[in-house]
Design a protein around this ligand. Structure first.
Ligand code: ZN
Length: 230
């Protein structure tokens, strides 16, 4: 019954990392089903970015799933009462920052898993990174390993079929390595939006943690930064 085409569900935010992951999955021969979430994020311009990226990188299908996490809030990205902080530059950022969205990757992966099971896709790709990242617990390798084990206990495919693999091709790369990899694969980073707090035209603030990691990454990769700053 199984389709001989390799299918993958790729979580696509519209940012730099997930665009690179989509390009990598495509280059590995997967037919890619991109999944984005309108979760009430402050940085809504990333949703337009996800459309541009899915088109440019030839996703077979792109779904925008409506899932308003503002109903809970609790994050600077989903709660107007919490401001997006400037990047921590003094090395003291051991605490989990307020831009953490409660259980976001657990929720997103669960929906990716559901779609994968329907599609007959065994592979799910997510652009988590444990090197140049903001310290979110749901970006760590031990989270991904546990999630995969859970996914294979929780699903029909896991019990009766070959099971699922959660692919994290960026997990041990620096931001500069990610940018170099994507550039080799022809990713146009000018299409992507990483900023947590862009203006209405999608121009980046240049101040937040995500802007800071991205800007330093382009510098270290020696690649021209196409980001539009406000
Ligand atoms: Zn920013």
């Amino acid at each position: 019954m199984r389709n001989s085409i390799k299918r993958a569900v790729v979580l696509l935010s519209g940012g730099l990392d997930s665009a690179t992951v989509l390009a990598m999955a495509k280059a590995d021969g997967y037919e890619c089903y991109a999944l984005s979430f309108d979760y009430g994020q402050r940085h809504r311009s990333e949703l337009q970015a996800s459309n541009r990226v899915a088109d440019a990188l030839g996703a077979k299908e792109h779904r925008l799933f409506d899932l308003n996490l503002r109903q809970f809030g609790g994050s600077a990205l989903t709660d107007d009462g919490i401001d997006v902080p400037d990047a921590v530059t003094d090395g003291s950022g051991e605490d989990i920052p307020v831009t953490y969205v409660p259980a976001r990757n657990t929720v997103f992966l669960s929906l990716a898993l559901a779609w994968a099971e329907v599609l007959g896709a065994r592979d799910i790709f997510i652009g988590v990174n444990a090197v140049d990242y903001s310290g979110y617990p749901d970006c760590r390798p031990e989270f991904i390993e546990s999630y995969q084990a859970m996914a294979n206990l929780a699903t029909k495919e896991g019990v009766e079929g070959d099971g699922f693999k959660i692919n994290t091709p960026l997990i041990s790369l620096t931001k500069a390595e990610i940018i170099r990899k994507g550039s080799e694969l022809g990713v146009d980073y000018g299409l992507t939006v990483s900023c947590y707090n862009p203006d209405d035209d999608g121009r980046a603030c240049g101040q937040c943690d995500s802007c800071s990691l991205r800007r330093e990454g382009f510098k270290a990769a020696d690649v021209i930064d196409p980001t539009r700053y406000s």
